[in-house]
Design a protein around this ligand. Structure first.
Ligand SMILES: NC(=O)c1ccc[n+]([C@@H]2O[C@H](COP(=O)([O-])OP(=O)(O)OC[C@H]3O[C@@H](n4cnc5c(N)ncnc54)[C@H](OP(=O)(O)O)[C@@H]3O)[C@@H](O)[C@H]2O)c1
Length: 288
């Protein structure tokens, strides 16, 4: 039985870990949310960890509202860098695994048309991506660290707890407005949180060597293509029009192309499901 101490357990992704771990006899989920430890207090980390009995840290806590982080970087650097580094260092000393969840936003997509593998050089275009890139670099100094990069998540807690993920937002706007304008020049790997949880647990069960892995659904899409599929599957009577990042300005830049290559992961636990299948499953589960 592997005991998973999960930071960010109340978040979109942490919530799905709890649900998935219930169905796995080989894992126990130990939530470790903000109520147990506020990660803005780096000095409190060691004492808090010494009191816990666990095998693996899943570090899903993050400050990742990309536009807000562009304007105020410090909370992101505290949670994504300093606190993560302190926990990774403690885990290395104690001989426990540390899993750091990261993002496709460590890449810029500039001049890119093929998926990034794990060894590609990082070149973030926004402050959030820079904080995760720095977090990765620091936590990977320890041999007990694994970095799992994921992207463009949709999960049930996002739908219910945080005002909606992209899928829910498109369905709501489609119903309310009948017409959607969505960027067609940012291409990424849409991914179901439930699938990342399964892939994480499968990697741990397979005792995959420490290092970086890309953990996303297969395939790629622009946000416009993703929105078209959502509206079609939801049966919403709405027109989806492509637009550009230049026309749809945001505070922070986003990568133009950030599709992640999953060949390394596939060699250990098999090829991830295509995002269209993951989306159909997610939408069927939401209806049910
Ligand atoms: N969402 C995406 O599309 C996406 C894409 C790529 C990678 N990621 C990465 O995936 C991971 C999980 O994302 P998510 O969508 O599940 O995010 P989320 O729903 O915002 O969850 C983040 C969690 O971090 C916790 N947290 C933030 N600051 C904290 C602090 N000072 N002390 C303690 N806990 C703190 C939050 O606690 P509270 O609930 O108390 O606020 C929340 O539970 C993150 O590492 C993120 O960078 C996300």
């Amino acid at each position: 039985m592997t005991r998973l101490l999960t930071f960010g357990s109340a978040g979109q992704f942490g919530t799905d870990i709890a649900a998935a771990a219930k169905g796995r006899a080989d894992f126990t989920f130990l939530p470790f949310g903000r109520d147990r430890l506020d990660l803005s207090d780096t000095d409190a980390i060691r004492l808090a960890l010494e009191r816990e009995d666990f095998d693996v840290v899943l570090y899903c806590a993050s400050v990742h509202k990309t536009d807000a982080v562009e304007l105020d970087a410090d909370p992101a650097f505290q949670v994504n860098v300093r606190a993560a580094d302190a926990i990774a260092a403690w885990c290395a000393e104690a001989g426990k695994l540390f899993v750091y969840y990261s993002t496709d936003y460590v890449f810029s997509g500039i001049g890119r048309k093929t998926p990034y593998d794990e060894l590609a050089a990082k070149d973030p275009v926004n402050v959030y991506g820079a904080s995760k890139a720095m977090g990765e670099t620091l936590v990977l100094r320890y041999p007990t660290t694994t970095v799992l990069r994921m992207a463009s998540l949709f999960g049930t807690a996002g739908a219910s707890g945080k005002g909606g993920n992209f899928v829910e937002t498109m369905i709501r706007f489609g119903r309310e407005r009948g017409k959607l304008s969505v960027v067609n020049d940012q291409v990424m790997s849409p991914t179901a949180t439930a699938d990342i949880v399964k892939m994480t647990l499968d990697l741990l069960a397979a005792e995959a060597p420490a290092g970086i892995y890309h953990v996303v659904n297969s395939g790629q899409a622009s946000w416009y293509e993703f929105a078209c599929e959502i509206i079609k599957l939801a049966g919403v009577d709405a027109v989806v029009e492509p637009t550009t990042s230049a026309a749809f300005k945001t505070v922070a830049l986003r990568p133009a192309y950030s599709v992640l290559d999953t060949a390394k992961l596939s060699r250990i636990i098999g090829t991830p499901d295509h995002w269209r299948d993951a989306l159909a499953r997610y939408m069927a589960a939401c209806k049910g």
